[in-house]
Design a binder for this molecule. Sequence first.
Ligand code: SF4
Length: 379
Amino acid sequence: MGVIGEPGVSSKQRTVRVACPHDCPDGCSMRVTVDNASGRAVKVEGDPTHPVTRGYLCSKVNHYLDLVYNDKRVLYPHRRVGPKGPEAKFQRIGWDEALGEIASNLKAVIAEHGAEAVQPFSYSGTLGMLGFFGMGERFFNKMGAARLERTICTAAGAAAEMHTFGRVGDANIEDLPDMEVVILWGTNLVSTGVHAMPFVNAARDNGARIIAIDPRVTRTTAFADWHIQPRPGTDAALALGMMKVIVDRGLHDVDFLERHTVGWEKLLNERLPEYTLEHVEAITGIPAADIEKLALLYGGSKQTFIRVNWGIQRRQRRPDDPGHQAAAGDHGGNARQGRGVHVDRRRNAPRGHAPVAGHPPARRPQTAHHQHDSARQRA
Ligand code: SF4
């Protein structure tokens, strides 16, 4: 924090180091220059000392001050007057009046129907730590309000990840440069994960093969060495087909499976036989030869990294897909030291301690984004 004497900082300004408030896997560290006289932020930039942010922000947050000081922001409580809908009008009221009205409405509902008639709903966006998992959860827990998985974004993927890996951290993007094969599965990282790209580029410079799996054509599929285009919603079949090839060729790590997983024999004996190359080609539209080539490339490499994103979970029963990819990681024996599956940076394991199923993670010092999970558990 700081920091008269830093470049561009004078006695009239100070620089404050903060975490980006967005709920974003990049988890950037920001430097905000504040005018001392007015107390207003006058500049935001990426923290050059942060190992992932590396001095730049994304295009959303480069213009953050336009949002923060926009005169259309709602900064005060308002009460609707007249009907709901496009013709609705709002009248500014004072904080005491607003709080009193909300409290009396809550009390009336609780008196008539009980506290579970109150259903809180909120999500992250730009709320930051306190707004996301802070006082709101404590308040509603104390009240005894109805409970809800308050996410419209990640519940299915998070459930799949928890089901597959338990409470261990994701593989670390800082280990990407050591990889031989990088699979960007259902993620448009070039557009939406800009801070991971230097690590992917470093992997490529070191000889890694970069594979994008996505039904769409994106900037990331154009960037990749190989674009595999399954039909939408068929990712799980592709993962199962890959697993079958890996197992048929004896590339799976039985010792790892025995020591760290449950149910793998049932999967191998009862589920995988269905997923022949011909069957998976019929489901996914990917030629059998390509499915086999992909599986052998992945299963035959020692250093592999799958970057999954949330998009593939946003269909009916989608917890399957990230789960199957994670399981593909397991069966290749790849969910191990320095390699594995990465869904969300918030679950990162520290460098050198990529996910090992059944092992609790030793965590690196937490950023605000990492702290979301643990704060939530405490709330
Ligand atoms: S990439 Fe994500 S964490 Fe970084 S500045 Fe943009 S929204 Fe914030």
